[in-house]
Design a protein around this ligand. Structure first.
Ligand SMILES: C[S@@+](CC[C@H](N)C(=O)[O-])C[C@H]1O[C@@H](n2cnc3c(N)ncnc32)[C@H](O)[C@@H]1O
Length: 235
């Protein structure tokens, strides 16, 4: 089994617990982070957004609320199914999506080979997904390919704060979160979370990588004391 297959299997396994743990372990901050991401991506020229590593659909919901069509791409069928069901339930009562003439299209597939022609979407978002694509440069070049000229990439990703909260944050990440996750039998996935955050690019390195992949006007915003970063770039 290759690395991507292992990651897919891991997310398939935790799909039914993911939303609860996400909101609980981030103290509800994840909802605010995704709103900030949607604010950065949607303007009058944004009609179709690819939400890469869409998972259980919370970023897609933040985007749909702003009236744009969303393609949710993810390698994990179980994560995507949970998200698609949630979106269907949320909007079914008054056929709200239909009334607004916007749609959510869930697609299973890999970020390394996005099943889309060049310049197909106005923007790409990815919340806490890019860290799982260890050939990050390849993934960013693929994202660049599918965005139309002048379109935007907006990426949310965890980071390790440089300030005095680094130590307690690492303790929370590496000890408390796996302990809590073990009560729900998903310990190894949450051990992976801490490890992958530690191994991921520093914000300055990630900005350089976006630049190397062709993006311009790159900005990086620190959220929640630097525990999360929001990156914006233009094609
Ligand atoms: C931490 S979850 C984030 C989900 C969602 N974006 C959110 O904000 O809650 C990471 C997601 O990335 C997906 N993923 C990992 N590697 C991927 C790849 N190579 N291509 C597409 N999706 C991938 C996983 O299946 C998982 O759903």
């Amino acid at each position: 089994m290759n690395e991507t297959d292992e990651i897919k299997l891991m997310f398939d396994k935790i799909a039914h617990r993911y939303d609860f743990l996400n909101h609980f372990l981030s103290f509800g901050q994840d909802i605010i982070w995704r709103k900030e991401m949607a604010d950065q991506v949607v303007d009058n020229n944004t009609h179709l957004v690819l939400d890469l590593a869409s998972g259980t659909g919370d970023s897609a919901i933040a985007l749909l609320k702003r009236g744009v069509n969303v393609i949710g791409l993810d390698i994990s069928f179980e994560m995507l199914k949970t998200g698609a069901n949630k979106i269907k339930k949320k909007y079914s009562r008054q056929s709200q999506l239909f009334n607004k003439k916007i749609s959510f299209f869930p697609v299973t597939g890999s970020g390394y080979q996005i099943p889309m022609r060049d310049s197909f979407v106005d923007a790409v978002t990815s919340a806490f997904g890019i860290r799982n694509m260890h050939d990050t440069e390849d993934a960013l070049r693929e994202i660049y390919r599918v965005i139309r000229p002048e379109g935007r990439v907006v990426i949310l990703e965890f980071s390790l704060p440089e300030s005095s909260i680094r130590k307690p944050y690492l303790f929370y990440l590496k000890k408390i979160i796996p302990a809590m996750a073990s009560m729900l039998s998903v310990k190894s996935a949450y051990e992976y979370l801490g490890k992958s955050i530690e191994e991921f690019y520093k914000p300055s390195e990630f900005v350089r990588l976006l630049d190397r992949c062709g993006f311009k006007n790159i900005k990086a915003f620190s959220l929640s004391f630097g525990c999360v970063y929001l990156y914006v770039g233009v094609k």
